[in-house]
Design a binder for this molecule. Sequence first.
Ligand code: NI
Length: 249
Amino acid sequence: MQLALSTWQEVERYLEHSTGIIIPIGSTEQHGPNGLIGTDAICPTKIASGIEMQTDVLIAPTINYGMAQHHMAFAGTVTIKPSTLIQLICDVVESLQHHGFTHFYFINGHGGNIPPITTAFCQLYHAASLAGKDTPRCHLANWWRNDAITSLAEELYHGAEGHHATVSEVALSYYAHPEAVKNVTLSPEVAPVLNEGENFYDAVDFRNKFPDGRIGSSPQLATVADGERFYHLAVEALTDDYQRFLATL
Ligand code: NI
């Protein structure tokens, strides 16, 4: 059941039997020469649509923008300030909590969102504790951080999965949008990675270290068929995880 495609009466009826909601969250940022700019939002949105087919759950509209300052040297990227993203997450949760929702399950598609999301959770818990109100139950599921996903990526790509514009995320986005598959020759075949102890900081630094936007990946290997395999694994893992979360007090 999709919140955006429901009426208020349907939401009221849903709340009579469940107070859980899934909120996909992503980013609008470059994903290398053959990855879609919407990849990080497309993947959690697709996974959420699969969970919806498996279990009784309401899916909120995807938060399509994220914290992506380090990708700003590439055209098309949009970044949300950490403080804005934290506030947006708090406002979404508090609005839904006002209607009776208690359990908020975020499916995230972007590593750069992890600090703002977890900070938003801290802020919500902090505010509830001090106001003596019910504390919302919040959970963060980073879909790609899953043993089954990692194992399949290793089996299929032998170390060329990478860390940004990964083969698995590009494949999953292609499965969601086969009409947008890009046929591009990538050079080098496998993108550079950081050296031991090295980091990246701002957008210029990122582009200097990773000239075409990829980190350590070889996403020309991405296929719609592989994307379907990642999709099913993620749906299975996160459906169970959501149900366990919903059962917690
Ligand atoms: Ni990504």
